[in-house]
Design a protein around this ligand. Structure first.
Ligand SMILES: Cc1cc2nc3c(=O)[nH]c(=O)nc-3n(C[C@H](O)[C@H](O)[C@H](O)COP(=O)(O)OP(=O)(O)OC[C@H]3O[C@@H](n4cnc5c(N)ncnc54)[C@H](O)[C@@H]3O)c2cc1C
Ligand code: SF4
Length: 340
């Protein structure tokens, strides 16, 4: 069923870091961090994405020190400022340095077009991509939290693990020592990420056989406790597209790898082969975001069902949710709004 989409895949793996403490700091299985550490320990450079010092935006950086790796950990779910990163990467490559470049598939495509030729000393790692949301969402949310807590943000994540990989939590730490933690998809930020991607992401050209990197990594969605590669602290999926990518992956220390099939890896991760669907709320949300800001837009562009779900996700303890869902469906039927 999926054979037509994997013309360039040499091998597909599930994998994760062996160090549990570090695995909990990473988004999925921490394979990005392991690849980056391997390159830096051998004198190379890594181009990746970090939050700015004030946490108001995300930006590309090129690093060559192990103690800088922490900044790259964690997905940044917004459009990123590229600055001079393409120039900087080219300068390093022309000087004979080894560079590992992380990016969303279209950015990996863009850096390759910019470079105009193949470099043996460049390795590219793309992320499975659902598409980022607007940087305005991020900046507004961070400022909203700073107002609420009366203090500057000093740490921030949209993929914080609470001892286990899922569900992801949005986490912020403040200068005054206080902390904020909430299931990501029950926040206004999570809602924005799920309803408002960039226009081009709904017809993305970098799926299936048009993947761009030597390696592609993502979350191994659909991994189950009975799988040999299961780890409740996070599992990465790794698609190897070139011999260069395979050589690097197998040289990396401190990770566990399990070969799997393309079909298994993609069956719960459709973003590898297809674009996301445009949600009906997108246009209203986008308009309200521009006019009234994130918090207003997130509330007023939701359907009634969406508002109830968001409130339940925020306030109702997990075991009570099935019961309340039954009550909701019963009331809906009673007032003639649909089938129970
Ligand atoms: C916008 C976005 C959408 C995504 N959608 C999906 C999806 O639908 N399905 C799926 O399986 N995976 C998706 N991912 C990938 C997933 O969230 C993880 O980034 C990936 O599994 C790597 O996890 P890790 O534990 O190896 O990374 P970590 O060890 O936590 O390191 C994170 C790495 O990601 C890089 N990075 C972080 N944010 C960005 C960014 N915005 N642009 C470029 N590089 C970045 C950092 O430089 C670092 O190298 C998405 C990522 C992003 C940024
Ligand atoms: S979905 Fe496609 S176009 Fe959108 S950011 Fe990802 S790779 Fe780029």
């Amino acid at each position: 069923m999926y054979e037509e989409y994997n013309r360039h895949d040499i091998a597909v793996y599930a994998g994760f870091l062996e160090n549990d403490a570090e695995l909990l700091e990473c988004t999925s299985g921490g394979i990005a961090t392991a690849l980056a550490r391997h390159i830096i320990q051998r004198g190379g450079y890594v181009a990746g994405v970090a939050y700015s010092g004030d946490f108001y935006k995300a930006e590309y950086k090129v690093i060559n020190q192990e103690d800088q790796l922490d900044e790259f950990k964690g997905s940044k779910y917004i459009e990123v400022e590229k600055g001079d990163v393409f120039h900087d990467v080219k300068t390093l490559l022309d000087a004979g340095e080894r560079v590992l470049f992380f990016g969303l598939p279209c950015i990996v495509g863009a850096v390759k077009s910019f470079l105009k030729r193949e470099y043996d000393n460049l390795i590219t790692c793309e992320l499975v991509c659902h598409g980022p949301t607007s940087p305005k969402v991020h900046t507004e949310y961070v400022k909203h939290l700073e107002n609420r807590f009366g203090s500057r943000v000093t740490d921030f994540s949209v993929r914080k693990k609470r001892e286990v990989w899922t569900p992801p939590y949005l986490y912020a730490k403040f200068e005054n020592g206080r902390e904020f933690e909430r299931p990501f998809y029950s926040t206004e930020y999570g809602y924005a990420f799920s309803v408002m991607g960039r226009g081009s992401c709904y017809d993305c050209k970098f799926k299936g056989n048009n993947r761009m990197g030597d390696i592609m990594i993502g979350d191994f969605w659909g991994a189950k406790p009975e799988d040999i590669f299961w780890n409740d602290k996070g599992v990465s999926v790794i698609f190897v597209h070139t011999d260069k990518g395979k050589e690097l992956l197998h040289a990396v220390e401190g990770i566990r790898l399990f070969e799997t099939t393309f079909e298994r890896a993609v069956s719960n991760n459709p973003m590898v082969i297809q674009s996301k669907e445009r949600k009906p709320e997108r246009e209203k949300f986008k308009r309200l975001l521009d006019q009234k800001g994130l918090i207003y837009a997130a509330y007023h562009s939701k359907t009634l069902k969406g508002r109830i779900k968001a409130t339940a996700a925020r306030f109702v303890p997990g075991p009570l949710k099935p019961f309340l869902k039954t009550v909701y469906l019963y009331i809906k039927k009673a007032v003639g709004l649909g089938k129970a």
